[in-house]
Ligand binder design. Sequence first.
Ligand SMILES: [Zn+2]
Length: 197
Amino acid sequence: MNSRNALLITLLLSLVAILLWLAIPKVRENSRYLKLLAETPPARLPVPVSGIGRSDLSNTWGAPRSGGRRHEGIDIFARRNTPILSTTHGVVVKRGIDPLGGSVVTVAGPGGHRHYYAHLQRYGRHQVGDWVRQGDTLGFVGNSGNARTTPPHLHYGIYTLTGAINPYPLLAMSGKSARETRWKSPIKKKQRRSRRA
Ligand SMILES: [Zn+2]
């Protein structure tokens, strides 16, 4: 082997080593994401606004909205700049401006459900691609987007692969009460309905 070939082989090996070094974190990241998609979405979620209890919530799912739209989520009113806490673990897939939602953060959670947090006053520290834990601060309550004429609130939506589901039953359910069993069927009905749509 002449010295030129040896140099070429050394260069090629270095290139392969560099590519592997770059590729492995990506592979690791992808398998973490696949694991997240395979997880069962939780049947119960914590209220995503600091200091707000389950009994403070009201079910505004399906209420009429501008342009013939129906309300696809829950509005949780709170003082401006109240921390917004992630209801699940997952990965941030959007952090930016939406025409209706204003400043929004979307987290892909267990089962690939997308958790949409809208009308933020400002964002938390997480960027797109960052993994979050349940309870991490995603941002702060505001009235950005089409909420600019309303008092500050968080609009929280959950999107499954087949469409939006009502977050209220998942948030309002507490403990092992009789309410919990009553809530189960409306969720399934909603999912069936959105599948048909
Ligand atoms: Zn809303």
